[in-house]
Design a protein around this ligand. Structure first.
Ligand code: IMP
Length: 438
């Protein structure tokens, strides 16, 4: 199968936006299958910096069709905002290039409020993005959710909003001692959003099936990362959706067999925003330097990201869980000035060593990384586009990472621009992606 899926193999913010933007050029359709406006893809295109939270970053390419799949939780306020921004920049000349699944669940104002209130009350904070993601997925699972398609039936919308508010207002007012919501106001605002959304809403599952029959090329755009996955991540310090490749099918309606090549995106080091375990986190000068050089501040919340060395234990596990065929190693140039570079090769708790990440969060917090140290390359990699031009120590670093994580590195990023990319040989099946072989 020719289609390609992209997932993060760390804690998100790996730089998926840049790679998706590059690969989009070779795809007909780009689909988001999970998450919501908690994602933040920063793309530098034509000298302009664009941050997209909800609309697939493939939208920046001409003639591509972008889909917000059923697995996404859609905040119409963000959608409308991004839409008008993209239109103003001239990126959406043809409305047909953007499609929204009617089955996607909506983020409602009370989801955002509950997200904030829950976090402010929680003594063990998750450090959520405050975008209402968790509460929206909670409602989806408890069958209280309101879907995009419901926006077009005022009776259904009113009835669902009222039913939800009976419960939500009770919790917001009585438990959190905060101000509740009025059904009339929400229905009015959301009906207005519905008017704007209407021309984009369609049966995206049927569209994908038809596109597969027509041999169109699909790119599945993951958000967040494997260790923020609700099942496979560092629970409870995770997001509320499945971020792993297995969700590409259920979150879009395309069959699992339609994804032929899964590309894992990881940084040459590790970062994390929000709370939760992070075995290789650095608290001193090295971490500060990574944050400064790598400009490690959240695209969605602006929070400083926690920084640390590359953790081969988590990446190896993510390679297996996602069925990664190739990796894209991002921000390698950020390590340019480090004399010595460390790689975590296994974990230690007491005298025992482990090759797999622990299941319990308590163990995760007690884990000590076992490092291997290699010499840095001490020269700028910025903008290098050919593997042969990399200094020997940089090549050694790549080779060692490949051995440790048991996957090939197919792409190396040496700067934020599209052009600052080394495209290596690849096993991408589709000839249209064969540019990677050149
Ligand atoms: P939520 O997704 O807003 O519920 O946040 C849950 C956790 O996932 C928090 O630790 C967030 O910082 C993290 N998170 C959510 N989205 C992203 C992302 O796109 N990049 C990195 N971390 C994220």
């Amino acid at each position: 199968m020719p289609n390609v899926g992209v997932v993060g193999v760390q804690w998100g913010d790996e730089g998926k936006g840049k790679i998706i933007d590059i690969l989009s050029d070779y795809a007909d359709i780009i689909v988001r299958f999970q998450g919501g406006a908690n994602a933040g893809h920063t793309i530098v295109a034509g000298g302009k910096r664009v941050i997209l939270h909800l609309i697939p970053s493939g939208i920046l390419r001409e003639g591509k069709c972008c889909i917000i799949g059923n697995g996404v939780v859609l905040d119409p306020e963000v959608f409308v905002h991004e839409l008008s921004e993209l239109k103003a920049l001239g990126y959406i000349k043809d409305d047909k290039k953007l499609m929204v699944s009617g089955l996607a669940h909506l983020i409602m104002p009370y989801h955002k409020k509950l997200d904030m209130l829950k976090e402010s009350r929680n003594t063990k904070k998750i450090g959520t993005t405050g975008r209402g993601i968790g509460p929206a997925y909670e409602d989806k699972a408890s069958r209280m959710g309101i879907r995009v398609i419901d926006l077009f039936d005022k009776k259904v919308l009113t009835e669902r909003v009222k039913r939800n508010l009976e419960f939500k207002n009770f919790v917001i007012k009585k438990y959190y001692k905060n101000e509740g919501f009025q059904a009339r106001q929400i229905v009015k605002t959301y009906s207005e959003y519905g008017k704007i959304l209407k021309k984009y809403v369609t049966d995206t599952t049927a569209f994908l099936h038809k596109s597969i029959d027509q041999n169109k090329t699909i790119l599945f755009e993951g958000a967040q990362g494997t260790y923020l996955d609700i099942d496979h991540g560092t629970y409870p310090y995770v997001t509320s959706s499945n971020t792993v490749s297995g969700n590409m099918a259920s979150g879009s309606g395309a069959p699992p067999t339609s994804v032929g090549y899964i590309l894992g995106i990881c940084k040459a080091y590790t970062t994390r925003v929000g709370e939760g375990p992070f075995p290789t986190e650095l608290f001193g000068e090295d971490g500060e330097l990574m944050r400064k050089i790598g400009d490690e501040y959240g695209a969605t919340t602006g929070r400083p990201r926690r920084c640390g060395w590359f953790d081969a234990v988590i990446v190896r596990r993510a390679v297996k869980t996602n069925g990664i065929k190739g990796l894209s190693l991002m921000k390698m140039d950020v390590l340019d000035s480090f004399e010595k570079i460390k790689i975590c090769v296994k974990y230690k708790i007491g005298a025992k060593t482990y090759a797999e990440p622990p299941m319990s969060v308590g163990d995760y917090e007690r884990v000590e990384p076992v490092y291997e140290e290699i010499d840095g390359w001490n020269t700028s990699l910025r903008g290098i586009t050919k593997y042969d031009e990399l200094p020997t120590n940089a090549k050694k670093y790549l080779k060692r990472l490949e051995e440790l994580v048991e996957a090939r590195i197919d792409i190396v990023s040496t700067g934020p621009e599209r052009e600052s990319t080394i495209l290596l040989k690849t096993r991408l099946y589709n000839l249209r992606f064969a540019f990677l072989n050149s």
